[in-house]
Design a protein around this ligand. Structure first.
Ligand code: MN
Length: 198
């Protein structure tokens, strides 16, 4: 029962000009594939073989670093592809918008806070919108950690995440992470984000 690289719901070029096709292709077929391959190799034939990725995340402190890094990489990228869409322009609605207003005052307030966290995550990592204790919060994690991990400083259910590793933007944006984070707002699949709320 090995993990598979999930397909995308859109073409590699579909998020242009915000995220370029070459970055998408390398990110999906090389980076994400490598996380899947190394995760499978690390758990093959052992106690965690056949367990869900969520179950592995919730127990990751008991597992070797290779599972933390590559299991996190698999979970994080699987979410990342889903929360983006070529029809991503627009704003959240319904219960998601209500949660954002409750948590951050307004959609603009949320955007500003999320952007700041994404830009200021030092080095490689992720910025997240999570649901925790019934409210929405923004947090960030280093490397391929995520808020589902039992060792995460701030835990919760990730409903939106942005990859701020340089491999996610360097070909198009070089060192300009702020431009990449700004462009991300044009490709967010708000319906998918809302669906992930419990
Ligand atoms: Mn990545």
């Amino acid at each position: 029962m090995a993990f598979d690289l999930p397909g995308l719901d859109y073409d590699y070029a579909a998020l242009e000009p915000h995220i370029d096709a070459r970055t998408m292709e390398i990110h999906h077929t090389k980076h994400h594939q490598t996380y899947v391959t190394k995760l499978n190799a690390a758990i093959a034939g052992g106690e965690w073989d056949g367990k869900s990725i969520e179950d592995i995340m919730a127990n990751v402190s008991k597992l070797p670093a290779v599972v933390r890094n590559n299991g996190g990489g698999h979970y994080n990228h699987t979410l990342f592809w889903k929360v983006m869409s070529p029809e991503g322009e627009g704003e959240p609605e319904g219960k998601l918008l209500e949660g954002i207003i409750e948590g951050f005052g307004s959609f603009d307030g949320f955007k500003e806070q999320f952007t700041n966290v994404a830009i200021n995550q030092f080095g490689s990592g992720w910025a997240w919108l999570i649901q925790a204790g019934g409210i929405l919060r923004i947090t960030s994690t280093p490397n391929q950690d995520n808020p589902l991990m039992d060792l995460a400083e701030v835990k919760g259910l990730p409903i939106l995440g942005i990859d701020v590793w340089e491999h996610a933007y360097y070909l198009k944006y070089q060192n300009r992470r702020n431009d990449y984070v700004g462009a991300f707002w044009n490709v967010i699949n708000w319906d998918e984000v809302a669906k992930r709320m419990k």
